[in-house]
Design a protein around this ligand. Structure first.
Ligand code: ADE
Length: 249
């Protein structure tokens, strides 16, 4: 899979993407990455990418021309047409299902805004607009790194252990179950006995139940989309009711 970014800070990405799991996945050819400097598509001495908004108002907007020129030019540099993503708080909220969908693209171009946003006409180039969440970042670069990281870890071989990408929070619309490692007792705090039992079926049943309980307690909004048995729904309802009596932390 190929990721490209278009940004006025093209050097922000490499330190993260060359480290740890991302670095290893790149070295193994699981994904490739290239960043482009939007200023390379300006034509004035100051390499200007922004201008004041018509109608007045605070701050500066990104001009349409460098973005149009850059996206058109970059698109032609490789045979596959890129899936073009623009980052903006007005976009569709990013979640694991979007990451999963993007992981099937051959080539993704991530366009990162800065300043107070972009001239609206530039969004015409977008296949989709994505927001990380209901808060405002100073630019789309962090959002691009979040998307690349969360998509790459879904690619076959990226994590080494094929199971681990699928076993985690959100892959089945539930939060992940609690996990423990050694020591089995730390300053008087134990771990659930069943996890020490070696009984794989009992461990799996405990984990499923724990995932349902934690989701009901901390993210009840996720339960609507989760596939639960009648018994699990009853458990979730009981957790929600008792948390209403002061049980949640
Ligand atoms: N750019 C500024 N804020 C953003 C957000 N919340 N998500 C994605 N891109 C952004």
């Amino acid at each position: 899979m190929r990721f490209e970014t278009l940004s006025v800070f093209p050097d922000l990405f490499a330190p993260y993407l060359e480290t740890s799991i991302m670095g290893r996945a790149q070295a193994r050819g699981i994904f490739e990455f290239e960043s482009y400097d939007l200023r390379d598509w300006t034509h004035d001495r100051h390499r200007t990418v922004d201008d004041a908004p018509f109608g007045g108002g605070q701050g500066m907007l990104m001009k349409p021309a460098p973005i149009f020129e850059a996206v058109r030019d970059i698109s032609k540099r490789h045979p596959a047409r890129p899936h073009v993503v623009f980052f903006t708080p007005c976009g569709r909220r990013y979640d694991e299902s979007v990451a999963e969908r993007l992981s099937h693209e051959e080539r993704v171009l991530l366009v990162c805004g800065r300043y107070e946003g972009m001239d609206e006409r530039a969004y015409e180039l977008a296949d989709e607009r994505i927001s990380l969440g209901d808060y405002v970042l100073t630019g789309g670069e962090l959002a691009a790194l979040v998307v690349i990281d969360s998509v790459v870890r879904l690619l076959p071989g990226a994590l080494g252990d094929e199971m681990s990408a699928r076993d985690e929070s959100f892959s089945d619309e539930l939060l992940e179950y609690a996990q423990y490692t050694r020591p089995s007792e730390y300053e008087g705090r134990g771990v659930p006995e069943v996890l020490l039992s070696g009984d794989h079926a009992a461990v799996a049943a405990w984990r499923r139940r724990n995932a349902v309980e934690r989701t009901a307690l901390w993210r009840p909004d996720l339960l609507d989309g989760a596939e639960l048995t009648e018994e699990e729904r009853a458990l979730a309802r009981a957790v929600i009711e008792s948390s209403g009596e002061g049980g949640a932390k």
